[in-house]
Structures are given as structure tokens and as C-alpha cells.
Design a protein around this ligand. Structure first.
Ligand code: AMP
Ligand code: MN
Ligand code: MN
Length: 331
């Protein structure tokens, strides 16, 4: 298969030219992958396409509060002319669908991770969110978002920019927010759901994790961890753990915040956030990836060994400051 770089206009034409379209969100779905998939699906359906969204994970309870997310399917059905991976930096982010995706001829990636070319057509740009790319694609297709589509686009824009506080926030993010507001996006519901309200279970989980908070290297590395026992004890799901990493990086001395969740015995999902440290390089060392300041990976082994490995990697190999967007100076 020939991998082809595809710009926003070409991606729009590809979507317009194909009638039956399957969209794939990434596993452990966040507001951006869900927002972009649902927005694109609803807009394409309104324009007369057959379109479905597939995701190989349950949605978190917050995202599921948005009723149109019920269109997302876990089981693959139907026949399609085009597969589209949305907000997936590599093919494995599609989870169980990776093999099916890889075996299909006509595939398109729409993603802002600027990662690998794994589709036939690859629309990869350094935007703050995939929803921003979808917004431009819809514009190129001559499709105006209705208030529901605008709400889903806002969901990704708002969550991937950390409510417009992350370094990736740019003028285009604010311009798009203003335009979505004009189109009727329910920004209050999005903000309340993703940045204010938490379930009781999530609140208890935060309490449990904070009780076990660990601090290394004069407070520069702050770590929280949750075991399978903790999850069972509190009645929490894996998806409930996504907030934890923020509590680690929000300690004022922290330059790196880490949240570790035990998925099954001796298997851990690691989330990392950096303030001025390129955590993507650390996670890539363990087969993961992400963005310079927000990345993740999976590690196996006993917990203390996993923590030691991460600390060693941060200290000895890759911890570098971000200067003018480039990783240049070692800590
Ligand atoms: P998270 O900490 O799960 O919110 O993920 C932060 C960023 O890292 C996201 O942009 C993800 O795309 C990326 N990421 C998380 N886990 C992995 C992984 N195992 N492999 C590759 N990228 C990941
Ligand atoms: Mn995402
Ligand atoms: Mn994203």
C-alpha cells in the first residue's frame, strides 16, 4: 500500500466522494476522539452519507452524558467504502479494530499527533485538537455544523486544550470557540461535564490516590498510583483514573506528573504530563507516545520496578526542557 500525505482539502474531498464511511475512535476514548467522531458522523449523515462510529472501549460516564454518543458501537457491522481513524496516533490506538483496519484498502487518518503514516491517506497536522481539523474539513465540504455538531466539536477543542490553558492553545482555538458559540454549542454543559463535575466514585478515587502520593527528585517528579485493589474497593472503572495525572502535575514543584493505573496484575497504564519536560520522549522509550507535554505508555512488571524504570528513564536519558518548542536542555 502506498502511504500518501493528504491535506485538509483532500480529506474533505475524500469524505465527500465516499458514500459509506466507518469512523474509528481510539481506545480509552477522550473528549477529542469522541467529539470528532460524533461531530463528523452526524454531519456526514445529515449530508446523506451512511456513517457509523466504532470504538473498542466503553465510554466514560462523563462522556456518556452526551446522548448522541449512544451511536458509538463496540461491534463492527456494515460495509464501507472508506475507513477513517480519528485522533489515533498509531494504528494500535484503534484497539481490536487494528487488524480489520490494516486489512482494508481505502483508509484515511485524521489526527493531530503528527505520528506514523499507517493509512493510505494521512491527514496529519499539528493542530491543538482533532476537532479543529474536523471543523475545517466540514467547512471545506460546505457543511455548517448545527448546534449538536458544534457542541461535539467544542468537546474536543475544550478538552485537548485543557479548557484553553495548555500550551497548544492558539488563536485559532479561540476563534473556533467563538464561532462554535455562535452556532449554538452548549459550552456550559461541556465545561461542567469535563472540568467541574466528578462522580462520587471518581472523587473517592482522587482521595485514595492523593493519600499515597509520592514525591521524587526534590518534588520535581510527583507520582500517583492506583491498584486493582483500589479500583475494586472503591467500585471505580479504569476510565475513572484519567483525572489523576493532573493532581500530580499540579503540585507547584512538579515538572513531571505521573499517574499509574494497574490494568491487570503486573500490567500498568502510565499517564504523564510535563510542565517544561518532554514526557513524550520518556513514553516513547517504553513503546508509548503522545504529545511533548502529555503522553502515555503501558508497562509490565511489579509496581516498584515500573516506578524505578520510569524514574531512571526520566533522570538519566530523556528529561529535557522545552525551549521554543524544541527539547534542548537536560534537567
Ligand atoms: P493520557 O495520559 O491517557 O491522557 O494520554 C495522553 C496522550 O498520550 C494522548 O495524546 C494519547 O494519545 C497518548 N497516549 C496515551 N497512552 C498511549 C500509549 N499507550 N501509546 C501511545 N500513545 C499514548
Ligand atoms: Mn485523544
Ligand atoms: Mn486529540
Amino acid at each position: 500500500m502506498k502511504f500518501q500525505k493528504t491535506n485538509i482539502g483532500q480529506a474533505a474531498k475524500l469524505l465527500a466522494d465516499n458514500n459509506r464511511i466507518a469512523l474509528f475512535a481510539h481506545t480509552n476514548p477522550d473528549g477529542d476522539t469522541v467529539g470528532a467522531c460524533v461531530a463528523l458522523c452526524l454531519a456526514l449523515r445529515k449530508a446523506g452519507h451512511v456513517c457509523e462510529v466504532f470504538c473498542d472501549s466503553d465510554l466514560g460516564s462523563s462522556i456518556a452524558k452526551f446522548e448522541e454518543t449512544s451511536i458509538i458501537r463496540k461491534q463492527f457491522v456494515g460495509e464501507y467504502d472508506l475507513f477513517v481513524a480519528v485522533d489515533c496516533g498509531d494504528i494500535f490506538r484503534t484497539g481490536e479494530f487494528a487488524k480489520l483496519y490494516d486489512g482494508f484498502e481505502r483508509t484515511l487518518t485524521i489526527d493531530h499527533h503528527c505520528g506514523q503514516f499507517y493509512s493510505r491517506f494521512n491527514c496529519l497536522y499539528d493542530y491543538a485538537s482533532t476537532c479543529q481539523m474536523v471543523y475545517e474539513i466540514l467547512h471545506q465540504m460546505g457543511l455548517t455544523p448545527d448546534s449538536t455538531v458544534a457542541t461535539y466539536l467544542y468537546m474536543g477543542l475544550c478538552t485537548d486544550t485543557g479548557n484553553f490553558m495548555n500550551r497548544n492553545t492558539d488563536k485559532a482555538s479561540f476563534v473556533m470557540a467563538g464561532e462554535l458559540l455562535d452556532l449554538g454549542a452548549d459550552i456550559t454543559k461541556v465545561c461542567r461535564t469535563f472540568f467541574r463535575e466528578k462522580t462520587l466514585v471518581k472523587t473517592r478515587l482522587i482521595g485514595r490516590a492523593l493519600n499515597k502520593l509520592r514525591v521524587y527528585d526534590d518534588g520535581q517528579v510527583v507520582l500517583l498510583y492506583i491498584t486493582q485493589n483500589d479500583l475494586a474497593d472503591i467500585g471505580a472503572e479504569l476510565t475513572d483514573t484519567s483525572v489523576l495525572v493532573n493532581f500530580a502535575v499540579d503540585v507547584d514543584t512538579a515538572r513531571v506528573g505521573i499517574a499509574i493505573t494497574e490494568c491487570k496484575k503486573d500490567e500498568f497504564k502510565v499517564s504523564m504530563r510535563g510542565k517544561d519536560v518532554c514526557v513524550r520522549l520518556v513514553c516513547e522509550e517504553f513503546g508509548g507516545g503522545g504529545h511533548d507535554l502529555a503522553a502515555g505508555c503501558k508497562l509490565q512488571g511489579p509496581l516498584e520496578e515500573v516506578i524505578d524504570n520510569l524514574r531512571t528513564e526520566i533522570r538519566n536519558r530523556h528529561v529535557k526542557r522545552l525551549r521554543k518548542g524544541k527539547c534542548t536542555i537536560e534537567m
